[in-house]
Design a protein around this ligand. Structure first.
Ligand code: NAP
Ligand code: SF4
Length: 671
């Protein structure tokens, strides 16, 4: 039987045939900026070996003013061409194809030199752009054409011209950012002149046998964005100008609608690609929140696109396509769309990696090589740290026994699964279960490991996790107080709730408590209404005139912390605003500067800068952080039995699955 017949079908582009319908979408990894081109090459080559049909690099600036940040990678000199050639050679040797993305950031460029259609500052940048004059526009076009020529010289199979996400070319398209009255502004015909001209001149410069992908914004999700007829007009003009394919862009970076976060329903925007496809004759690529081969296959089988772009799923698993093709889809490490190790890293100036795959962008330095000296290894705790350590150790040839006192694997991941908008965690636990099974790990669930049961192993890894911190708040005997574990395991909770602690878990618990009915993540229409997304054929930019229409909150929730700052500051850089906006829509009161005095049957008595007050609550839920669970580790130490301590049992503060999985994998790679 052929697995995924549509996804794995070749795609004929005329001068070249792609081996399948899978595109690895552009991602900024930060690797190019390290200057270690061997490492860059290995990142892409690993994905080429994994069978992806075509890859697009991270955005390369065509000139200094267009770089996303000062020092952003580009193709500026002959040296740059030689470096990029290392990448293209390695990819071609591995049987892959790769296109370079030309990314001019316009007013999103983080620097004083930034330029745009008009001098309209972006809400997400401190730098007002300089309005380009005619010569300035001509220079930008020429630089983008030069970048395409250099890409060809560097051995790329094509370029992707970035025309979406609110970057430079997109800024010319809409009156939101283009206030010009010359031939580059005013009518739509004028506003689309720049992107069309760029594609036309790039095609003239690179010749017919070179892929040109144009990334078109199908829904801007900003005020005064494009209408659907404008999108179609542009798509046709870009095709006529010589593009080989159209890739889908969704939402500007400044949009207040999540577009790729884990709470966005899977394939949430393929309805737009499906509508564009009949309007043009060149292949149309769809994207956003597609992370599994069955979803991608369904999209193609329905005729919603000719090709599927997935980006982060290739951080999670370089072998996505190879595994899908060989009937091993269950072994594909799932991207859970958390952004924690990829986009959050990018926006903190750190190298990209992946929560579920610590090897992503560390391919040369972190390797899981077969061991020459197989050992018997006990891992205690089947949460993310223990699972990661057990899996890597077993894959390397060690004989691993994994203990957990619970009757299922997953540890705290099983709590995350209960939170509306975090449904992807189900897939992560299921993947670990598959890998435990296929790696031949002996699983001892429902088993409390004690020192006696561990003494015969060559190595012992303690991954016993955390216990909730008791904040020690005085309480009346008739107060109704629950821990977050009770709540997420389904304990009854009153209608008015005070949540003590506004960390990641406090936010999750608040989301769980205000929610009722179907999770919007599982129901696209519900989700679109919740975030105020409309059809761009009806409403400009795809923003509903009536705004977000959230489902009424199930409870009245106050989310509290002691720190005087705004709650949620410690959440992920790219997702914190979504959690805050989501709770705000549900009327959650988020307050800092609390001193907790007493919990009574009436609620939580606190003292703030305004003096003592009572926060009325039927239930108070404690989400006050965690402490390492070290009981077993201490018992082993007392008996002189050496062990490795990882995950929350090692350090509970700031613990998250990213650090747990990384620490487990790195330890197991060394044993
Ligand atoms: P956390 O993020 O460290 O938050 C603990 C909260 O409890 C803080 O709001 C803290 O604020 C409060 N707190 C600490 N000590 C307290 C005390 N003695 N009395 C009262 N309040 C106290 O821990 P968490 O929420 O348990 O989350 C654990 C980890 O899981 C986090 O590091 C997080 O990264 C991860 N996680 C992440 C997400 C996510 O969305 N990415 C979701 C869930 C969990 P004050 O000290 O100001 O009161
Ligand atoms: Fe996906 Fe999270 Fe990995 Fe990023 S860090 S690739 S979002 S699983």
């Amino acid at each position: 039987m052929t697995h995924y017949p549509h996804l794995l079908a070749p795609l004929d582009l005329g001068h070249v045939t792609l081996k399948n319908r899978v595109l690895m979408g552009s991602m900024h990894t930060g690797l190019e900026e390290t200057g270690d081109w061997d490492r860059v090459a290995e990142f892409y080559a690993a994905r080429a070996r994994g069978g992806v049909g075509l890859m697009v690099t991270g955005g390369m600036a065509p000139n200094r003013e267009g770089g996303v940040f000062p020092g952003a990678a580009g193709l500026y000199t002959a040296d740059d061409i030689a470096n990029h050639r290392i990448v293209t050679n390695r990819v071609h040797d591995a049987g892959g194809r790769i296109a370079m993305q030309i990314l001019h950031a316009g007013r999103y460029a983080y620097g004083k030199e930034c330029v745009s259609a008009s001098a309209v500052k972006s809400p997400i940048s401190p730098f007002p752009p300089r309005e380009l004059d005619e010569d300035g526009i001509e220079k930008q076009i020429a630089d983008m054409v030069t970048a395409a020529e250099r890409a060809r010289e560097a051995g790329y199979d094509g370029v992707e011209v970035m025309g979406s996400e609110g970057y430079f070319l997109n800024q010319f398209l809409v009156t939101h950012t283009n206030h010009r009255t010359d031939r580059w502004g005013g009518t739509y015909q004028n506003r689309m002149r720049l992107p069309v001209e760029v594609v036309r001149r790039v095609r003239a410069a690179v010749g017919p046998d070179f892929i040109i992908i144009y990334r078109i914004s199908l829904i801007d999700l900003v005020p005064d964005g494009s209408t659907w007829p404008e999108v179609v007009q542009l798509a046709k003009a870009i095709q006529a100008a010589g593009a080989s394919m159209l890739n889908t862009g969704i939402g500007w970076h400044e949009a207040r609608v999540p577009t790729i976060a884990t709470s966005v329903p899977r394939r949430a925007f393929t309805w737009l690609t499906a509508r564009l496809r009949p309007e043009v004759t060149i292949p149309v690529i769809t994207s956003n929140r597609i992370n599994a081969p069955d979803v991608a296959e369904a999209v193609l089988a329905e005729g919603a696109a000719d090709m599927v772009s997935m980006a982060r799923p290739f951080l999670a698993d370089a072998d996505f396509v190879a595994k899908a093709a060989s009937g091993r889809a269950a072994e594909i490490a799932p991207c859970i769309a958390c952004n924690q190790a990829c986009l959050d890293h990018t926006f903190s100036g750190k190298l990209t990696s992946c929560l579920v795959n610590p090897r992503a962008c560390h391919e040369l330095e972190l390797q899981y090589l077969p061991t020459a000296t197989p050992k018997s290894i006990a891992v205690v705790g089947a949460g993310p740290a223990g699972l990661s350590a057990a899996m890597v150790a077993a894959q390397r040839g060690h004989k691993v026994t994994l203990f957990d006192r619970a009757h299922q694997i997953g540890g705290q991941l099983n709590l995350a699964k209960q939170v509306p908008g975090k449904e992807e965690f189900h897939g992560l636990v299921a993947w670990f279960a598959t890998m435990v099974d296929r790696a031949g790990i002996t699983l001892r669930l429902g088993t409390e490991a004690d020192p006696a049961s561990l003494q015969d192993f060559d190595e012992v890894i303690i991954a016993t996790g955390v216990i909730p911190r008791d904040p020690g708040i005085a309480m009346d005997p008739d107060a109704h107080v629950l821990g977050y574990i009770d709540v997420l395991q389904g304990a009854p909770v009153g209608k008015r709730v005070a949540v003590v602690g506004a960390g990641g878990i406090g936010f999750d618990v608040a989301e769980y408590l205000v929610h009722q009915g179907t999770s919007p993540t599982e129901d696209l229409d519900l989700w679109l209404r919740e975030w105020g997304v409309a059809d761009p054929a009806v409403s400009r930019g795809g923003l509903a005139p009536e705004g977000p229409q959230p489902h009424p909150a199930a409870r009245q929730v106050s989310l509290l912390q002691r720190k005087a700052e705004k709650p949620g500051r410690g959440l992920g850089k790219t997702t914190g605003w979504i959690h805050r906006a989501s709770l705000q829509m549900k009327g959650v009161q988020m307050k800092g500067g609390m001193a907790y005095d007493r919990i009574t049957s009436q609620g939580l008595a606190v003292t703030t800068a305004d003096g003592p007050q009572m926060i009325p609550a039927d239930t108070v839920v404690l989400c006050a952080g965690q402490l390492p669970e070290r009981g077993l580790a201490d018992a082993l130490a007392a008996l002189g039995i050496a062990c490795h301590i990882i995950g929350g049992a090692d350090v509970a503060a700031e613990l998250d699955a990213k650090r747990a999985i990384d620490q487990g994998a790195r330890l197991a790679a060394r044993l």
